[in-house]
Design a protein around this ligand. Structure first.
Ligand code: KG4
Ligand code: ZN
Length: 431
């Protein structure tokens, strides 16, 4: 224990094994992410059993790498933070078990962090780091300050956070309260998450996994107005009256009492894209594109499961090669899909911020890496005179710096995990 405010964060909730050391929740000393994309890509999605096995393989080198990159040892750490949910049960267990063992051996506290709170703190961490750099610069320029700047403090205004990833499309009202934060769920998807729609549409059109970066890269070559996709008003009664929807996102929080204007639904647009592909005879060319872009990727029927585990797929082709394989109608479809999804995310997020009196918007999660989303949210925020912030591109997708940063207020408040901490795949954030 160094007393330097050093927290080691560990994240293993889905298909990234990550570790990071963050100082005072405000300065990233290291961030190491081992992605399993290559393992899951040929299955077109995350295979839970393979994810757990890959986490087991990666966790020790990833944590060692994060300590080395930060130039610290286990003895320097003040606490260990780990994602306790939501996520895949077996994947969560790997990170939690390892974090528990390390904390016990070092005699330092263990802090359990909700993955969604982590995503929100990815933006706050970026804001704090930017503020710190600004303060440092001001100090260097003036040379008259009596003391060096300390850790910057967060704004005390309530913020509206949109967490938009492969598993979630949730809106939270976030309030700083006595050094920590409180979260109130104010909107969410009733079926698929936006990232899930990106992944499914990309797969349908013969692109790689995860689909978001492919669609992001190709959309700028198409006409976003070519296919008029529309989002209709969601009828809550359909969902409230019957059984709860069965998606991974849906399990994490109830939709009762939420304003229907702040509910998202992305399964309809996925079906609309499918219908468009069928109607315009684009299915075969999508299959041909997939075969050209990812030769050798699918599971071979003559390989045993054991051989399959060690099979190295041919490296996938680049996005430039994908572009060359896309006729204009496909590029137009991709651009129209993205334009509609980003438009819907914007409409509901700004409406929520306005009706709830939030003075700023935080957009985070894998889909927040999307360039059109960033540009349009930024322009709309400037137009409305409201602030909007994103994480760095690297911290938009899953990482452990956000887990270590989110743990800092809990560390200061003495909120530590019990020795019997276990993972909760459906863990909800806020009410
Ligand atoms: O936050 P994340 O890494 O993992 C989850 O917590 O789900 O998000 C992954 C999701 C995937 O669905 C991926 O397709 C999407 O984020 N994504 C993107 C982009 N980069 C990743 N979606 C749109 N545009 C991108 N540039
Ligand atoms: Zn995530």
């Amino acid at each position: 224990m160094s007393g330097r405010g050093l927290i080691l964060g560990i994240e293993s909730s889905c298909d990234e094994t990550a570790a990071s050391v963050v100082e005072h929740g405000a300065r990233t000393l290291s961030s190491v992410v081992a992605s399993q994309i290559a393992t899951h890509a040929r299955y077109g999605g995350v295979v839970p059993e393979l994810a757990s096995r890959e986490h087991l393989r990666a966790i020790v080198p990833v944590v060692r790498g994060a300590l080395a990159q930060a130039g610290v040892t286990l003895d320097d750490l003040d606490a260990i933070a780990v994602t306790s949910g939501p996520g895949l049960a077996g994947a969560l267990l790997v990170g939690i078990t390892y974090a528990k063992a390390l904390a016990f051996a070092q005699g330092i506290p263990l802090i359990a962090i909700n993955h969604l709170e982590g995503h929100i703190h990815a933006v706050l961490l970026h804001e704090r780091e930017a503020a710190h750099v600004e303060e440092e610069l001001r100090f260097v320029v003036s040379q008259v300050s009596e003391s060096r700047p300390g850790a910057p403090t967060d704004s005390t205004d309530p913020a509206l956070a949109l967490v938009v990833s492969g598993g979630h499309t949730h809106l939270y009202l976030c309030r700083p309260a006595h050094g920590t934060w409180t979260y109130k769920l104010v909107g969410r998807t009733v079926d698929d998450a936006a990232g899930e729609a990106y992944d499914k549409v990309a797969k349908l059109l013969g692109f790689g996994y995860p689909g978001g970066p492919w669609i992001d890269a190709l959309a700028k070559f198409g006409n976003p107005k070519a296919v008029p996709f529309a989002f209709s008003q969601i009828k809550t009664k359909l969902h409230l009256g019957g059984k709860p929807p069965r998606t991974k996102a849906a399990k994490t929080a109830p939709i009762a009492d939420l304003d229907p204007h702040l509910l998202f639904s992305f399964s309809g647009i996925k079906t609309a894209v499918l219908r468009y592909v069928e109607l315009h005879g684009l299915r075969e060319e999508a299959q041909a594109r997939a075969a050209r872009l990812f030769p050798n990727q699918s599971r071979h029927p003559e390989r045993s499961a054991a051989e399959d585990l060690h099979f190295q797929a041919t490296p996938p082709k680049s996005k430039e090669e994908a572009l060359a394989l896309c006729p204009q109608p496909v590029l137009d479809l991709v651009a129209s899909f993205q334009h509609a999804v980003v438009g819907d995310l914007m409409k509901k997020t700004f409406a929520a911020a306005e009706s709830l009196g939030a003075s700023r918007i935080l957009v985070t999660g894998g889909v927040a890496a999307n360039l059109e989303l960033r540009a349009r949210f930024t322009a709309e925020a400037a137009h409305r005179g409201i602030r909007v912030a994103f994480p760095t591109l690297a911290l938009s997708t899953d990482n452990a710096a956000m887990i270590a940063a989110a743990a800092w207020p809990h560390f200061q408040a003495g909120e530590f995990a019990a020795a019997d901490l276990s993972g909760d795949p459906s863990l909800a954030l806020g009410r």
